[in-house]
Ligand binder design. Structure first.
Ligand SMILES: [Zn+2]
Length: 376
C-alpha cells in the first residue's frame, strides 16, 4: 500500500491516481487559498446562476440533495443566501426503523428554516433485501442505498424540469475518486461513474430476484435522459473558500444541527459531526478499512492536513488510534436489521479482508501489517 506524500490517502482507494511526485489527485490539485483565482471562479458562478435563472420555468432554480447533515445544511443555506437562488430540496429518507431520531430532527431543522423539500421513501422490504444483497455480493451494504440516494436527485430534477442540481464536493477533488471526474472541477454529470454507483448498474439487484418495479427509485437517469433534459450537475465546493468538514460542521451547528458527542473509540469520526442520520454506516466504514486499509478517520484527517490545520504526523497518530474502531452493539443491530447471524457476518467479512494488509490475531482481531503513513 502506497501513501500520498502530503496526506494519508492510499493507492488502494478505488479509482484513485497518484502523480509522479507521489501526491494523490486531491493533493496534486490543492491550491492555497491566496493562490486561487477567485475572479475566475466568481465569473463561472455567474454563468451557473444565469443558467439556472434562464431555465427556471418550474419556478425552482435548482435542486439540492439533502440529508439534513452538516454538508447539506450548509449547501442549502449557501445557495439561498449567497447564490440568491430558489432551491428545491430532495431527501431520500432511510426507512423508519433505520433512520436515527437525530437524523429526523436535523432534516426537520433544515426544512423549518424555510425550504421546500420533497421527501422520498422506498419500501423498507425491498430496501433491506437490496442492502443484504449488496453486503453479500460486494461487502458494501451501502451500494444499494447510495444508488437510491444519488438517483433520486436527478430523477426529481428531470421530472420537475429543473435543469440544475448542486452537490457539495467533487469526489475527485475531495478524496480522489477519479471515476466521477467530469470535464472540469465543477462538472458533476459523471457522478454516477463512482466505484460504488458503477454507472447506475442495477443488474446485480435484478439477478438477486428483486423485480425492476420494486427498485424504480434506484434507477439513475441514463446519459441520454440527462442530455435531453439539459441537466447540469454542479459541485459547489469550487465556489467556496472553506467547504470543509470542520467549517460545514460549525456552520450547521450554529444553524440548529444536532451533533453527536464524539466517541472515536467506537465511531471513528472524532468530530462527531458526520454519519448522523443512521448508525450502520459505521459498520460499512469498518469493512472498508479491512478491505482497503483506510477508514473514516483517514478521510477526515486528509482534509485537515491539506488545509494546513494538522500536520501529517498528528494525522498519523489519530489514524493509528481510531481508523479501525467499530461499535459491537451497532454491528449486532446491523445483523438483526438484515436478518443474518453475527457468525454469518464474521464469516463473510473475512472473505473481504485484504490479507496482505491485515492478519487475524489469536484473539480474533484484525491487526494491520502496515505502518500508517509510511512512505517507502
Ligand atoms: Zn494526498
Amino acid at each position: 500500500m502506497k501513501y500520498c506524500k502530503r496526506c494519508l490517502n492510499v493507492d488502494t482507494r478505488p479509482n484513485i491516481i497518484f502523480n509522479d511526485d507521489g501526491l494523490c489527485y486531491p493533493c496534486s490539485i490543492h491550491e492555497d487559498l491566496e493562490e486561487i483565482d477567485w475572479d475566475l471562479r466568481r465569473d463561472r458562478l455567474k454563468e451557473v446562476v444565469e443558467f439556472a435563472k434562464q431555465n427556471n420555468s418550474s419556478g425552482y432554480d435548482c435542486i439540492v440533495g439533502v440529508s439534513g447533515g452538516k454538508d447539506s445544511t450548509r449547501q442549502a443555506f449557501h445557495i439561498k443566501d449567497h447564490f440568491k437562488l430558489n432551491p428545491l430540496l430532495v431527501s431520500m429518507n432511510y426507512p423508519p426503523d433505520q433512520i436515527s431520531k437525530r437524523g429526523v430532527d436535523n432534516l426537520s431543522n433544515l426544512i423549518s428554516n424555510g425550504f421546500d423539500c420533497i421527501n422520498i421513501s422506498c419500501s423498507p422490504i425491498t430496501w433491506k433485501k437490496a442492502m443484504k444483497t449488496a453486503f453479500f455480493k460486494y461487502g458494501n451494504w451501502a451500494k444499494s442505498t447510495e444508488l437510491a440516494l444519488f438517483s433520486s436527485v436527478p430523477r426529481v430534477a428531470i421530472a420537475y424540469q429543473i435543469p440544475l442540481v448542486f452537490w457539495g464536493e467533487s469526489p475527485a477533488s475531495a478524496i480522489g475518486e477519479m471515476g466521477t471526474l467530469g470535464s472540469d472541477s465543477i462538472d458533476g454529470n459523471k457522478l454516477k461513474y463512482s466505484n460504488t454507483l458503477a454507472g447506475g448498474d442495477i443488474s446485480w439487484l435484478l439477478e438477486a430476484n428483486i423485480e425492476r418495479k420494486h427498485i424504480l427509485q434506484y434507477i439513475y437517469p441514463s446519459d441520454n435522459e440527462m442530455l435531453n433534459a439539459n441537466l447540469k450537475i454542479i459541485f459547489m465546493d469550487y465556489f467556496m473558500s472553506d467547504f470543509t468538514s470542520l467549517a460545514n460542521s460549525n456552520y450547521a451547528a450554529l444553524n440548529g444541527l444536532s451533533i453527536k458527542k464524539p466517541n472515536p473509540n467506537k465511531e471513528p469520526d472524532y468530530f462527531g459531526t458526520s454519519m448522523l442520520d443512521e448508525d450502520f454506516i459505521n459498520i460499512n466504514m469498518y469493512i472498508r478499512y479491512l478491505k482497503f486499509g483506510f477508514g473514516r478517520t483517514s478521510d477526515i484527517v486528509n482534509w485537515e492536513i491539506r488545509s494546513g490545520r494538522m500536520t501529517r504526523d498528528e494525522g498519523i497518530s489519530l489514524v493509528e488510534k481510531f481508523d479501525g474502531n467499530y461499535d459491537l452493539q451497532i454491528l449486532r443491530l446491523f445483523c438483526e436489521y438484515i436478518d443474518i447471524s453475527e457468525k454469518q457476518f464474521w464469516v463473510l467479512l473475512d472473505t473481504y479482508v485484504n490479507k496482505e494488509l491485515f492478519y487475524l490475531s489469536p484473539d480474533l482481531k484484525y491487526i494491520p501489517k502496515f505502518k500508517v503513513g509510511q512512505i517507502n
